[in-house]
Design a protein around this ligand. Structure first.
Ligand code: K1U
Ligand code: ZN
Length: 170
């Protein structure tokens, strides 16, 4: 297994729209293992392949410790459909935008349809943190980051913060 470098905002590669996975081969299986290792090492609860500069539609997630279903989850080619008009704010974080947290409003209940790591289709209804996190990860696959929903001032501050944090860590 390997730790993968995480792209940091405002890296333009975070704007790439990821392509569907056509075959779950050994390369994808290795990527999934490496993404889990990278996510756990960074103390995240989710990671999209976009964030490790792989532009295919793969997401890993583990909400253990967050009072949610504690199974590690893989979502390949995920589709997310809102099941309600109700939206609620949640203070989001992002491994690509370290030490920046802010509220984003999203639909509170969604249906997730995806393939698992074996290529089997599944469909689940989600609310709470799972609904927030899958929408955040789907945004990554579409080249969107959570600060895009914030004011220009907050985006500028986020850019400065990431520059400082990444300079400190190098
Ligand atoms: O995609 C990512 O960058 C991972 C991100 C997922 C996420 C967390 C919270 C709301 C929306 C999406 C993170 O894991 S950031 C890490 C973090 O700040 C956090 C960790 C545990 C619980 C809550 C936040
Ligand atoms: Zn993120």
């Amino acid at each position: 297994m390997a730790l993968l470098p995480i792209l940091h905002y405002p890296d333009p590669r975070l704007r790439t729209v990821a392509k569907d996975v056509l075959v779950i081969d050994d390369d994808i299986k290795t990527l999934i293992k490496d993404m889990f290792e990278t996510m756990y090492n960074a103390q995240g609860i989710g990671l999209a392949a976009t964030q490790v500069d792989r532009h295919i539609r793969v997401v890993v997630m583990d909400l253990a410790g967050q009072d949610e279903d504690p199974q590690p989850k893989v979502y390949i080619n995920p589709k997310v459909t809102p099941l309600t008009d109700e939206v609620a704010p949640y203070k989001e974080g992002c491994l690509s935008i370290p030490e920046v947290y802010d509220e984003v409003s999203r639909p509170t209940r969604v249906r997730i349809e995806a393939l698992d790591e074996h290529g089997d289709e599944f469909s689940v209804e989600a609310d709470g943190l799972l609904a927030v996190c899958i929408q955040h990860e789907l945004d990554h696959l579409n080249g969107v980051v959570f600060v895009d929903y914030l004011s220009r001032l907050k985006q500028d501050r986020a850019r400065d913060k990431v520059r400082k944090v990444t300079a400190k860590n190098t």
